[in-house]
Design a protein around this ligand. Structure first.
Ligand SMILES: [Zn+2]
Ligand SMILES: [Zn+2]
Length: 105
């Protein structure tokens, strides 16, 4: 499957050049080598220091498929009570969202 990715976009770089671009904790997939096979990843946001879900493609929306799967993975990783902040602060053209912990982190 060909993905829509932009070499200059910092979020696309997580998938295109993971070894150079990932400076924080990668939660999903568990191995950096698997980033080329997934349609989203869960990584600690460098700015907010909380996990965020990033779609593998440079699109401004999250597909239902990614939304469902990433919700499932987040609950598996962080517990049933996690919530999501879909408001995007900086990068509006590449879909991503932050994981919120209602009971504190
Ligand atoms: Zn952030
Ligand atoms: Zn991008």
């Amino acid at each position: 499957m060909d993905k829509i990715q932009l070499p200059s976009c910092p979020l696309c770089k997580l998938f295109l050049q993971p070894k150079e671009s990932i400076k924080t904790k990668l939660y999903y997939p568990s191995r950096i080598e698997d980033l080329k096979n997934v349609n989203f990843c869960i990584i600690e946001c460098e700015d907010c220091k909380i996990p965020m879900v990033v779609s593998a493609e440079h699109l401004d929306y999250i597909s239902d498929d990614i939304w469902r799967n990433s919700n499932y993975q987040c609950r598996k990783l962080f517990g049933r009570n996690v919530d999501f902040r879909t408001k995007q602060n900086k990068l509006h053209d590449h879909s991503h969202y932050h994981v919120i912990f209602p009971n504190g982190y």
